[in-house]
Design a protein around this ligand. Structure first.
Ligand SMILES: Cc1ncc(COP(=O)(O)O)c(C=O)c1O
Length: 367
């Protein structure tokens, strides 16, 4: 008897292969000329501090890894806000942490609320556990609809996923909306505040989830090392929450589940404040330039973003535009799998990459 449905195995995350090699094979492109702007990664090269840490960790691979206690300490110091190491739990990437959260709170038949369009992994992890996924979709302008969310809550609701800045829209949940939700949600609902793009937000009205962690609310925040810290390949993410929730989540983890290379590299990445600042400053310089450049192209609707990507809707068929861009060596994300058919998501790259994207999109839109 198979436990997983074929549709789950068909999900893009299980389709192997490196997207750059696939394009090289398909169109005979030079791998160095390919710009990968489809996964909201950090486009800067891996910093030397991290490369050195990885090389050092590689000398002791005969030993079991250290615990992630030091990384939790360092994250508490990096974020501040009166947080301590016990507010943190490290996992193999944000996706694994999302899976652990769902496994820790969902029994078959429980309900979980998601606000489409959003990150598809919530639904994937929930359905595997037999949860009923309830939709309280965003408004047409891609803001959250607090009344719709509250109306979707029942006695069976366990989890409510709130993503800010949201993927793939780049829009935010405001403080006022979050405060309203927290004051009116019943005690049996845990908010999963997915904030993996938080460092790129410049809107002061964005929800302040850490304040609610400090107040011991029913909230657990998700952060990732795949975005700002530039370690998508190493798989490090973490949950940040009240100690009672974090210590409960930790019961679901296996001993030695994090490898020593990831832990050592994670420590180096948090310590490398120059790399952090360079990434933020590059993203915040390039994002408005990319947004303005996209807005200047005829036949493209642009949704301004608080993350390291921008959502666009071409008048032309989005899958055809994606393919035409691939032929020019540009990888972007077509969003059928993110509840947004007809749209594309483009990551903010380095200046020359964004310019290449704008040139190609201008050409494709005019053709
Ligand atoms: C909203 C959101 N949450 C979580 C993740 C998971 O990140 P990772 O598993 O790479 O840490 C992503 C990755 O793109 C994301 O966009």
């Amino acid at each position: 008897m198979l436990k997983f449905r074929q549709s789950q195995l068909d999900s893009p995350i299980y389709k192997g292969g490196n997207p750059i090699s696939l394009l090289v094979e398909k169109y005979g492109l030079d791998p160095d000329a390919i710009n990968k702007l489809g996964s909201n990664e950090n486009p800067l090269p891996t910093p030397e501090s991290v490369q050195k840490a990885v090389a050092e960790a590689a000398l002791d691979l005969n030993r079991y890894p250290p615990t992630s206690a030091d990384l939790c300490e360092q994250l508490a110091a990096y974020i501040g806000r009166n947080l301590v190491a016990d507010n943190f739990m490290i996992g193999n990437g944000g996706c694994e942490v999302l899976d652990l959260i769902a496994k820790s709170f969902i029994e078959p038949g429980d309900e979980a609320i998601i606000c489409r369009p959003t990150f598809p992994i919530y639904e994937l992890t929930l359905r595997r556990l037999g949860a009923n996924v309830v939709y309280a979709d965003m408004n047409d302008d891609l803001t959250y609809n607090v009344e719709r969310i509250l109306a979707a809550v029942t006695d069976k609701t366990r989890l409510l996923y709130m993503t800010t800045p949201n993927n793939p829209t780049g829009t935010i949940l405001t403080k006022a909306e979050q405060d309203e939700l927290i004051s009116r949600l019943p005690k049996h609902v845990l908010i999963v505040a997915d904030e993996v793009y938080w460092q790129f937000n410049t809107d002061e009205s964005m929800a302040d989830s850490i304040r609610h962690v400090n107040e011991d609310a029913n909230i657990v925040i998700l952060h990732s090392f795949s975005k700002l810290f530039g370690l998508a390949g190493l798989r490090i993410g973490y949950a940040l929450g009240p100690e009672r929730i974090i210590s409960y989540l930790k019961r679901g983890q296996l001993p030695f589940h994090m490898n020593s290379v990831a832990i050592t590299a994670g420590l180096a990445a948090v310590a490398d404040r120059d790399h952090i600042e360079e990434t933020i400053s590059m993203t915040l310089t390039e994002r408005p330039k990319l947004t303005a450049g996209l807005q200047a192209i005829d036949g493209i609707e642009v949704i301004p973003s608080q993350a390291n990507f921008v959502l666009i809707k071409p008048e032309k068929d989005s899958k055809e535009v994606e393919e035409a861009l691939q032929k020019e060596g540009l990888i972007v994300r077509e969003l059928s799998g993110f509840y947004m058919p007809g749209y594309l998501r483009v990551s903010v790259g380095q200046s020359h990459q964004n310019e290449a994207l704008l040139d190609a999109l201008t050409k494709i839109s005019a053709s």
